[in-house]
Structure formats: structure tokens, C-alpha cells
Design a binder for this molecule. Structure first.
Ligand SMILES: [Zn+2]
Length: 697
């Protein structure tokens, strides 16, 4: 393969310790959970990090991954690996308590926030359920509560909301946009933004022409909290963290169960064994309870069990006992299998990313013995990603550029249905930041004010109804007939395959004509694909030493890019004292003026880094600002990363069909195969069904 730094990587890989951190109880009771930034200059370093069983966040760049260390054993494992790291948040419990104080102050000072719901604080699970009922009651003609088919492991009912014109009428062939939140328990904003979009749609229908037009042509299904058990535990434990006694002389100190404020997985307590209803909270006492459970975003059947998913129960990315073993994920599977979901977004936190398939690097050897390659719809997926990131300011990248994953929502949904699917990684810094940041992420702030994820979701909804990115089947059929599109196929896991079935239906209206917006008949996973072997490695690095500086002073260093076609310019700033330098990066224009292209202003004590995508040739100014630092020296490093094409091969594909049935009272009167591609329209008159309709009772 084209990984050039093999010598150093193999040396590193020789150091892999066999200890699995997540399986141990807290090894060091004095150790508070920490968020650390681990240096991963090559993909080999990322693979080494992934092999350690540590709790990787969804925040990573070309040369780093952030990791949550829950206990001293985790820290020792990371240190033994030989990977370098910096501590970014030294005490997550203290940070949680600080956030709780900020949140309380914001709520006290805010009567009605600018969010569609007016909320000024994070919802509890009860709040989500109440809001879903409230919206359905507010506009029963366009919003209804849906109950997902499976209760959670701990016995909770999972609710969603369906929104669209005449929402209670029979399915009439409109395409569906599906929006999910909280697969991972601690990622609270991922549910908030989904719920706010539901509020927005329901309250804007009839007054906002754009929203009204979109809901006339589509249905939107929002499930704000997929992992209800895990979220409930994270949310309630997180609220308990209160360090007032130590911080400002208060009289109350309540230490919650901090491990569970940062719980990731679901409430599977014993692998392969059902969890008795109502026992999860009592069983998962802190610390160490974070180790139990299944990573719900590794439990989907598509490529289940491949790179980036663990087969060890205690690991943070545990894939589960089998594909779709978890009821919370069976819920999503059945929802997506029974609707024509042409666009799907699954929200996560954090890293300011819009990710797209595939979840593993293109040169990874896949289930069929061939390199996985790019998604067949790379161009279209990237274009919609670009539109959405123009609204929220996030980076528009492949899933594997974060790190390798398999068994994710999109690995299955995109490859089984063809509907576009994206994970969003919301927010810059942490799993559940102070609530005002949630407001900004939804509505947009700074350069993105008035856009934000609200606009990104609307872009996704526009794509949902866009006939150039989906297929349309239309024709004549008997009034009142049920039309059904089905497809049964083998979905590949990483090692094997399982039988998968899509079964969607609609009812023909009074005109005797139907129009059905559907996904293409051939699954992406069997389509022809382009396999590109690329080499993404650092090509040139330049170091600068500086200091001392005085508080308020800014020092500029210049870095000249002469190379064309570079993919990333990464700039890092490091210094020995635990105080505050900031970093800004500018591009020098022809007239000498400067345009800011990147910045990093982290918390006190955290090191700074920023990445500039596709840096064009020219002069870049790297500005070090002494915000509050006594350091005598600092080190600034600029690195250019390039992704070069090593080889390109076209792998031929298959053509698959939908089976279209015309039914009267469950009896099939006509069945025809339909082959249709993305962007195509097919006319299918169901004349046999029409002629038999009257003679069949
Ligand atoms: Zn997540």
C-alpha cells in the first residue's frame, strides 16, 4: 500500500500493549476524566491509536485525534503506546460543573432564546417526549408522533415525529428526509438540533413559503434521541456535577457519577443478554460504568465488524453481538427500510464536520477482496456536503478522514438504499458545551449568522425532493390501489452477509395516477466503482522558534506555499507553560492586505492548532498572539499535506431491480420489475392491475 512512513510505523506498532483500557475499573481514584489531543501524523499512528481500546472522540484532523481518558489505566495505556499527546481539558468533571454554572446563568438571564422552541437549556428525555406531543397537538394536520417498533433495552419507548402536509393521510409517494440525534449518549446537542428543526418546520409551515413548499413535497421524520437509555443516564448524571464547595465557597458539593456524564454506548449490561427493564441506572454506577454497552453507531449491518469497530464488549466502539443486535438500531433499520428515505442525517458531536461515505479509506481491502474505493456517488455526495458546509462553516470530508469506521448508520443506509447519508459532527470543542453554543450551532453565528445547521438541514430537505438526485416512477394505476416496492438482498458485513429487505408502499389517489419518489434500484454497494489508491502524507514542514513576548503582543511568521494541489496546511503552536497563547493564520493578498483563513483560540493551558483546506500557492502569515502567557519560548510548525493519486481502477458493477406490486386488499394483481437509476424517471402504467381491479372482490 501507499503508506510511505512504513519504517517508523512498524516500529511504533511493535509497542502495542495488549491491555484493554476500557475493561478495567478506574485504576486511580484520584484521576479525573481528561480530554487529550493525541498526535497521529500518519494513518499508521491512527491505526495504532484505534487498537488501544481508548475512548476516541469524533474530533480529529489529519495529524491528531482527541481522546477521552476515563481513568489512570487509560492514561497508562496511552503513555505505553509511545504516542505523543497534549492535555486539552485537564478535568472533565470540573469542566462539566463549570458548564452547569454557565447554563444556569444563561437560563436565568434568558426569558426566550432565539431558538424556534425558545428553550434556554438542554432537554431531558422527558422534555423531548413532551415536546413531540406538544408539536403534534399544536398542528395535528402536519405533525404526528410516531412510536418506534422496539422498546429500548432498559424498557423505554422511543418516539419520533413525522412532519409534512396531510401527515395523517395514506402514503402518497413523497420522499422522506430522516434526521436522527443521540446515537451516542453524551452528545446532547445532537438531539437538541434535531428537535429544534422539528419545531422550526411545524411552526413555519403556512407562514414561511420555503418551508411550506418543502413540506408539501416531502415528509420529514425526526427521531431526536435514538439511544434513550444512555442519554437519560448521561443527562441526569451530568446535571448532578456541582463543585461549588471547592470553587466559590458554596455549601453544597454533589459529585454525580462522572463516568456516565460522558457515557457513549447503550445500556447493554451483559453481552448478548437482555437488560432487565429499569435496571440500567442502578447497575452502571460510576466510575467504570462507561465501559459496558454497545456502540450504536457500529451496530448497523453494513460492513459490520470491520475496521474502526471493536469485538471486545468493554471497548468504546464495541460493535455488538451481531449486526443489528440492538433494539435501538433495529428501530432505525425498520424506519429506513419501510420508507423511501432519499436523504438522511445522523447528528453527533463534536468537530465541526459534515462527513460522507465511505467510512474506511479507499484502499482498504473490503468484504469482496477488492479495495473499497470511493462511494459511487462521491461527486453528488460531495456537492451536497459543500452546500451544507457553506451554511454551517464545517469541513466537508469523507468519514474515513476522521478515522476508519464500519457498521455506522450510513454504511448501512446509503449502501442498502442509495439514499444520501451524512453524519454531522456538531460544535468545536466538547460533547455537550454550554447551551449558548447550541443556540449558535442551530442559528449560525459570526460569518454564518442566519444560516448555521438550520440552513444545512433545509439544504438536505431540498435535496430530499430534488429529482436529479433520486428516481421517480409514475404512471396509471387503479384508484385506491396499494403500490409496493420491495427488494430482498444480501447486505455484506465485513466477514459475511445477511438477508436485508426494503418494503415500502403508497396508495394511489383519486386521479388514478401516481408519482413515487424513490431511491435507485441498484444498491451503491454493488454499483460500478472507482478505486483510487491515494497517498496522503505530510510533504513539507517548517518550524519556527519564537519568544519571549509580552501580553497583548502579536508576532508574525511567514510561510510560503509554492506547491500546487496541496490538500491541507496544518499549523500547530506549542509552548512549555500552562497558560494562553493564541494562533491566527492569514493569507496575504496581492495588495499586502490579509485575509483570515484559520484561527485557534483554545482554553487556557491548551495548545493551539488549525488546518486550512486546499491551500493555494502564496504567502501565509502565521500570527502568534500572547493572550496571557509568561512563556519564554514557543514553537510554531507549519506542515503541508498532500493526497496524491497512485492508481485508479474502475470495478464493474451489477444492475438490480425493484419489484413493483399493485395490490387490492393485500392481493397482488400485478407485479413488474423496475430498473431505475438516480436522476431517472420511469413511466410504468399498471394496466393489468387496472383491468383486473373490478373483477377482483
Ligand atoms: Zn457520536
Amino acid at each position: 500500500m501507499a503508506l510511505v512512513s512504513a519504517a517508523t510505523s512498524i516500529a511504533l506498532l511493535g509497542l502495542v500493549p495488549t491491555v484493554t483500557a476500557g475493561s478495567a475499573q478506574a485504576g486511580d481514584s484520584a484521576f479525573a476524566p481528561q480530554l487529550v489531543t493525541v498526535d497521529t501524523p500518519t494513518r499508521e499512528h491512527k491505526r495504532l491509536l484505534q487498537s488501544l481500546g481508548l475512548d476516541l472522540t469524533e474530533h480529529a484532523g489529519h495529524d491528531y485525534v482527541e481522546v477521552l481518558l476515563h481513568n489512570g489505566v487509560d492514561r497508562d495505556t496511552l503513555q505505553a503506546s509511545g504516542l505523543g499527546y497534549d492535555v486539552r481539558i485537564a478535568d472533565m468533571n470540573r469542566r462539566e460543573a463549570e458548564n452547569n454554572r454557565v447554563n444556569a446563568a444563561y437560563a436565568a438571564a434568558t426569558a426566550v432564546s432565539p431558538l424556534p422552541s425558545g428553550r434556554d437549556s438542554y432537554r431531558t428525555l422527558a422534555d423531548y417526549n413532551a415536546d413531540i406531543e406538544k408539536l403534534a397537538a399544536m398542528k395535528p394536520g402536519i405533525a404526528k408522533r410516531i412510536t418506534l417498533p422496539h422498546k429500548s433495552l432498559d424498557g423505554r419507548t422511543v418516539y419520533g415525529i413525522e412532519i409534512g402536509r396531510d401527515v395523517n393521510a395514506a402514503e402518497d409517494g413523497r420522499p422522506v428526509f430522516a434526521l436522527f440525534g443521540v446515537h451516542h449518549a453524551r452528545e446532547w446537542p445532537s438531539g437538541e438540533l434535531a428537535m429544534e428543526f422539528a419545531y422550526d418546520l411545524v411552526t413555519s409551515y403556512g407562514t414561511d413559503a420555503r418551508v411550506t413548499g418543502l413540506l408539501d413535497k416531502s415528509r420529514v421524520v425526526v427521531v431526536p434521541v435514538v439511544n434513550v437509555d444512555g442519554f437519560h443516564q448521561s443527562r441526569t448524571d451530568g446535571a448532578l456535577l456541582d463543585l461549588r464547595e471547592t470553587d466559590d465557597g458554596g455549601t453544597v458539593t454533589i459529585l454525580g457519577t462522572p463516568g456516565n456524564a460522558y457515557k457513549r454506548k447503550n445500556c447493554r449490561l451483559v453481552d448478548g443478554v437482555d437488560t432487565p427493564d429499569g435496571t440500567c441506572a442502578a447497575a452502571l454506577t460510576s466510575p467504570g460504568g462507561f465501559g459496558a454497552g454497545v456502540d450504536l453507531n457500529r451496530n448497523y449491518g453494513g460492513f459490520w465488524g470491520g475496521p474502526g469497530a471493536s469485538d471486545l464488549f468493554a471497548d468504546p466502539t464495541y460493535r455488538g453481538a451481531g449486526p443489528f443486535s440492538e433494539p435501538e438500531i433495529q428501530n432505525v433499520r425498520e424506519l429506513v427500510s419501510s420508507r423511501q428515505v432519499t436523504t438522511l442525517i445522523s447528528n453527533h458531536t463534536f468537530s465541526n464536520l459534515v462527513l460522507r461515505p465511505n467510512g474506511v479509506h479507499p484502499d482498504t481491502i473490503g468484504h469482496d477482496g477488492l479495495p473499497v474505493g470511493n462511494a459511487p456517488d462521491e461527486e453528488g455526495l460531495k456537492a451536497l456536503g459543500a452546500e451544507m458546509t457553506a451554511a454551517n462553516g464545517y469541513a466537508n470530508i469523507h468519514g474515513w478522514e476522521l478515522y476508519d469506521t464500519t457498521g455506522t448508520t450510513e454504511d448501512w443506509s446509503y449502501n442498502a438504499t442509495g439514499g444520501y447519508g451524512y453524519p454531522f459532527e456538531i460544535g468545536a470543542n466538547e460533547f455537550h458545551p454550554p447551551f449558548p453554543q447550541v443556540v449558535d450551532e442551530y442559528l449560525g453565528a459570526g460569518a454564518y449568522a442566519g444560516q448555521g445547521n438550520r440552513e444545512a438541514y433545509l439544504d438536505a430537505l431540498e435535496n430530499t425532493v430534488d429529482t436529479t438526485t433520486q428516481a421517480v416512477i409514475a404512471g396509471k394505476a387503479p384508484k385506491g390501489a396499494t403500490l409496493r416496492l420491495t427488494k430482498t438482498f444480501a447486505t455484506p458485513t465485513w466477514e459475511n452477509s445477511f438477508t436485508d429487505r426494503l418494503d415500502t408502499s403508497m396508495q394511489v389517489g383519486a386521479t388514478g395516477k401516481y408519482t413515487w419518489h424513490v431511491n435507485q434500484s441498484t444498491r451503491p454497494v454493488v454499483q460500478a466503482k472507482l478505486v483510487e489508491i491515494t497517498n496522503d502524507e505530510p510533504v513539507r514542514s517548517q518550524s519556527y522558534q519564537g519568544g519571549p513576548t509580552t501580553v497583548g503582543q502579536a508576532v508574525d511568521h511567514e510561510f510560503v506555499v509554492t506547491e500546487t494541489g496541496m490538500d491541507v496546511l496544518g499549523v500547530t503552536l506549542d509552548w512549555p507553560t500552562p497558560d494562553d497563547l493564541d494562533l491566527e493564520v492569514y493569507r496575504k493578498n496581492a495588495d499586502g492586505s490579509l485575509t483570515k483563513v484559520g484561527s485557534s483560540g483554545n482554553f487556557v493551558g491548551e495548545k493551539e492548532s488549525t488546518e486550512i483546506a486546499a491551500p493555494s500557492p502564496g504567502t501565509y502569515v502565521l500570527r502568534v498572539i500572547n493572550f496571557a502567557s509568561t512563556t519564554a519560548t514557543y514553537t510554531l510548525e507549519a506542515t503541508l499535506f498532500d493526497s496524491t493519486l497512485v492508481s485508479s481502477t474502475e470495478v464493474p458493477g451489477l444492475i438490480e431491480t425493484w419489484t413493483l406490486s399493485c395490490e387490492k386488499d393485500g392481493r397482488v394483481l400485478q407485479q413488474v420489475p423496475v430498473v431505475i437509476d438516480r436522476g431517472e424517471q420511469a413511466k410504468v402504467d399498471l394496466n393489468t392491475c387496472i383491468s383486473r381491479w373490478k373483477s377482483v372482490l
